[in-house]
Write a protein that binds this ligand. Structure first.
Ligand code: MLT
Length: 264
């Protein structure tokens, strides 16, 4: 993959586009205009990204991301679809009156096949709001890491957007960003990074050393912000699932005009 891309405008002027990758540790660190024309991966490892990837892999017809509980409830009313499921969480737990929580393990083929899922999570689904100007918006997590990587190899302007937790940076999102960067840089050592991307790469390198000496990725994630919240809520098995690399080879993509993530 070349580091620079030659472009020709409609007057025949030749330009050079540098290949670059930016990470933002939190959605509030970037404006939607700055994402115009970029290929964005939204990352909420624990658990919104992992849940969306799993739901669509298991046959859900579409996932509609919502920020607010009321918006999700209004969507049920507006769409008037008897098969529609409301999913999501507050403080990690299923929202009262909703059909599903935010555990990827709940989104089994039996539960979701053919269904529209309106998903309202605290940080992951609201993070997508900043992506309305992007060229492409993919959903990534450790469970579909290699498939995401494949999408990114052809892109020149990449942004990895971490959801964080309630305005705080979460290590698990940063580590997944670092994991993608490390692998992208193996094929393109000149890929230009912003400082947050360099920091994510360093964090992942340190993690791979711990993994090489026998520590499990799931145990590392369990000791990070989002992981500790899940352990406290009795949801440790979700961390084990979300820390499994390459379980799924599909990459959901948000259609920003329809505001829906259809089956890939
Ligand atoms: C979120 O969107 O904040 C998360 O996915 C929280 C969770 O349910 O683990």
């Amino acid at each position: 993959v070349p580091t620079v891309k030659l472009t020709v405008d409609n007057r025949g002027n030749v330009g050079v586009t540098e290949r670059r990758l930016d990470v933002f540790f939190l959605p509030m660190l970037v404006q939607s205009e700055a994402l115009r024309g970029r290929s964005v991966v939204v990352i909420d490892v624990l658990r919104a990204s992992s849940t969306i990837v799993t739901a669509l892999h298991n046959g859900a017809a579409q996932v509609i991301p919502c920020g607010e509980i009321q918006d999700a409830e209004a969507m049920r009313f507006v769409l008037n679809d008897s098969g529609l499921l409301l999913g999501g969480e507050r403080k990690g737990l299923k929202i009262e009156g909703f059909d599903l929580g935010n555990s990827p393990l709940e989104y089994s083929p039996n539960a979701v096949r053919g269904k529209t899922i309106v998903l309202a999570t605290t940080n992951g689904t609201p993070a997508m709001n900043v992506c309305r100007e992007a060229k492409a918006v993919w959903i990534g997590s450790f469970v579909n890491a290699s498939a995401v990587l494949q999408r990114l190899t052809a892109q020149t302007q990449i942004t990895l957007l971490c959801a964080g937790t309630n305005g705080e940076i979460t290590g698990e999102d940063v580590l997944f960003a670092g994991c993608l960067i490390e692998r992208l840089r193996q094929s393109d050592g000149d890929l230009r990074l912003n400082d947050q991307a360099s920091m994510a790469q360093l964090a992942w390198r340190q993690t791979t050393q711990a993994i090489a000496s026998g520590t499990r990725l799931a145990d590392i994630l369990a000791d990070m912000h989002g992981g500790r919240n899940l352990v406290r809520a009795g949801l440790r098995s979700d961390i084990d699932y979300c820390a499994t690399l390459d379980l799924i080879d599909t990459v959901p993509q948000l259609d920003v005009d329809a505001w829906s993530i259809p089956v890939p």
